[in-house]
Design a protein around this ligand. Structure first.
Ligand SMILES: NC(=O)c1ccc[n+]([C@@H]2O[C@H](COP(=O)([O-])OP(=O)(O)OC[C@H]3O[C@@H](n4cnc5c(N)ncnc54)[C@H](O)[C@@H]3O)[C@@H](O)[C@H]2O)c1
Length: 346
């Protein structure tokens, strides 16, 4: 396609993330338009499509991916469906923005990387949107410019108000939530993670039965730096995501001021008022701007046949770290991360 054509985007899976991306592509992304959706919950897909002009509904993901009317695909289906759908996208040569996780384990991620390499084209961007958040991007820029000196430590906080589904088990907290900080660590240090430990503090009484929440993860980077991360998915207050980088000559924190507003409020029940500001209710609010920038960058690159965001390798490496993290969660011990040799992968 030429750069003047608009990218015809199909979305697979239109739950929370897919419907958010649908609104984004339909209304805020330049050079792209929403043309198709697919979801096993067909009424959900039809309801979404009815809100826009010219959006077709496909019975299955493969039909959408193979359609001549679709130039590029956003995969927002559950991670367990990604491998098969990514392989179909590669087979049809469709640029793809795949929500994290790339796949559910290292072996399946490697199959995807190999298929992409064999196709001779870079097609896959993984949905690690923190890289596009203006504060995280500025933090990375400061580090790259040497403003803090050598990076020594990173401390992350990742909290959700609550997770209603009892199926969001301890391992899923590692694979679905911690995976973002795995990518942040690799992104900020520009290194791989060599070892991971995931600790289980005494759980909150508000977690589902048997779920280890909160968790504390420690990553050892290949250059010797350390990253600590608290993940707490039933923290009750809201969606709080922060990152503090500690360098030899200073520190920078992203995510402290999410609205920029400082508010005072009278307390009607007593004599003292309150000061502060709202906490974002969920990731669509906290990272709304980051998702817009992520999808815009993906669409711009897809129109020129390139990938400029996190690649399938980034997806594979983070999946491999999370698999080691699940092992550590079970044993309580540090677990080494073993990655395939990037150069000899074929
Ligand atoms: N980047 C982020 O910040 C972020 C945030 C949330 C979720 N996610 C990721 O987005 C993806 C979707 O998560 P969600 O929160 O929207 O989940 P969700 O449960 O709200 O929606 C998933 C949708 O996929 C559909 N689906 C199920 N099986 C499918 C299949 N085989 N093919 C196509 N569609 C299928 C379901 O019917 C549902 O509509 C997951 O990979 C998740 O990890 C990313």
């Amino acid at each position: 396609m030429t750069t003047s054509d608009s990218l015809r985007v199909g979305i697979v899976g239109v739950g929370m993330m897919g419907s958010d991306h649908a609104r984004r592509v339909a209304s805020r992304i330049s050079g792209a338009r929403l043309v198709a959706v697919s979801d096993p919950d067909r009424p959900r897909a039809e309801e979404l499509a009815s809100g826009y002009d010219g959006v077709s509904v496909h019975d299955d993901a493969t039909g959408l991916i193979g359609s001549d009317a679709v130039d590029a695909v956003i995969l927002a289906s559950p991670g367990s469906a990604h491998e098969e759908q990514l392989l179909a996208c590669i087979e049809h040569g469709k640029p793809t923005l795949c929500e994290k996780p790339l796949t559910m384990d290292g072996d399946s991620s490697l199959r995807v990387i190999r298929a992409e390499r064999e196709s001779g084209r870079s097609l896959i961007q993984v949905g690690f949107m923190r890289r596009f958040d203006p504060e995280y991007a500025e933090l990375k820029r400061l580090l790259a410019a040497g403003a803090l000196g050598r990076l020594l430590l990173v401390h992350n906080t990742h909290r959700n108000k609550a997770v209603p589904s009892p199926e969001f088990r301890s391992e899923i907290i590692v694979r679905d939530s911690l995976v973002h900080e795995v990518d942040v660590a690799r992104f900020l240090f520009g290194e791989e993670i060599e070892e991971i430990t995931v600790l289980r503090p005494a759980p909150t009484s508000l977690a589902h039965e048997g779920v280890a929440d909160p968790q504390v993860a420690i990553f050892r980077m290949s250059g010797g730096g350390i990253v600590t991360t608290e993940v707490f998915v039933n923290c009750q207050t809201g969606y709080e995501v922060r990152c503090e980088a500690v360098g030899e000559r200073g520190t920078v924190t992203a995510g402290l001021s999410q609205t920029g507003l400082y508010t005072t409020r009278a307390n009607l029940d007593g004599d003292a008022g309150w000061w502060g500001g709202p906490v974002a209710p969920d990731f669509t609010v906290r990272f709304g701007r980051a998702y817009d920038l992520e999808v815009q960058a993906w669409a711009d690159a897809a129109r020129t046949g390139t990938v400029t965001g996190p690649t399938a390798w980034d997806g594979y490496a983070s999946t491999a770290v999370c698999s080691a993290g699940v092992e550590s969660l079970q044993s309580g011990q540090p677990v080494k991360v073993t990655l395939a040799d990037r150069e000899v992968l074929s």
